[in-house]
Design a protein around this ligand. Structure first.
Ligand code: 5GP
Length: 189
């Protein structure tokens, strides 16, 4: 079967990963699209669970062989991409795909699968709060943080291109709202 695609996009630090994890726990028909990336592992991330952590050489080889439905150099020298085989793997399991992906990648997927996808933009309360969350994570160097801030500022401007803007002022409320939105979408033909 061909399932549906639920796309969560937001600037890094807006809370989308937490919301996506919540949905995966609550809605068993969903399965997470594991992206490929060339960035190093962070914290207790696991290969083939959080990401396929691969070398740049391998990533570019896959690009050349058209193995990605979308990919991007999200940060300078750091690539991220969605493998065609990953979406198929999930559909073959009879499930719908849920994505945690940057804003441009999200919009690209939305356009590509326009009849079967829902794109949700997670909006942080403010840029200031976003910066505090990103700094508080303590997992990035100052240089990398600055790069994430700059990208976040740009990404906030894309919100109205999405099907839904989900405000994340309170994480529990945002998770509950996300669940309702996704259940409604999945129940439609
Ligand atoms: P992080 O390094 O914080 O895990 O991710 C950085 C950004 O890359 C996040 O906005 C994340 O959603 C995005 N990202 C993760 N996977 C993909 C992907 O496959 N394609 C694109 N375009 N962005 C991705």
């Amino acid at each position: 079967m061909q399932g549906k695609l639920i796309i969560f996009s937001a600037p890094s630090g807006a809370g989308k990963t937490t919301i996506v994890h919540h949905l995966l726990k609550k809605i068993p028909e969903l399965s997470f699209s594991i992206s490929a990336t060339t960035r190093p592992k962070r914290g207790d991330e696991k290969h083939e669970s959080d990401y396929y952590f691969i070398r740049t050489e391998e990533f570019l080889h896959k690009v050349a062989h058209q193995e990605f439905v979308e990919f991007e150099e999200v940060y300078k020298g750091t690539y991220y991409g969605t493998l065609r085989s990953e979406i198929q793997r999930i559909w073959d399991e009879g499930k719908h795909v849920i994505f945690d992906i940057d804003v441009e990648g999200g919009l690209r997927l939305r356009r590509k699968y326009e009849n079967d996808s829902l794109a949700i933009f997670v909006q942080p309360p403010s840029l200031q709060v976003l910066k505090e969350r990103l700094s508080g994570r303590g997992t990035d160097s100052l240089d990398k943080l600055e790069e994430r801030f700059i990208k976040a500022e740009k990404e906030l401007l894309y919100a109205d291109k999405f099907d839904v803007i989900l405000k994340n002022n309170d994480l529990d409320v945002a998770c509950a709202e996300a669940e309702q939105i996704v259940r409604d979408f999945l129940s439609k033909n």
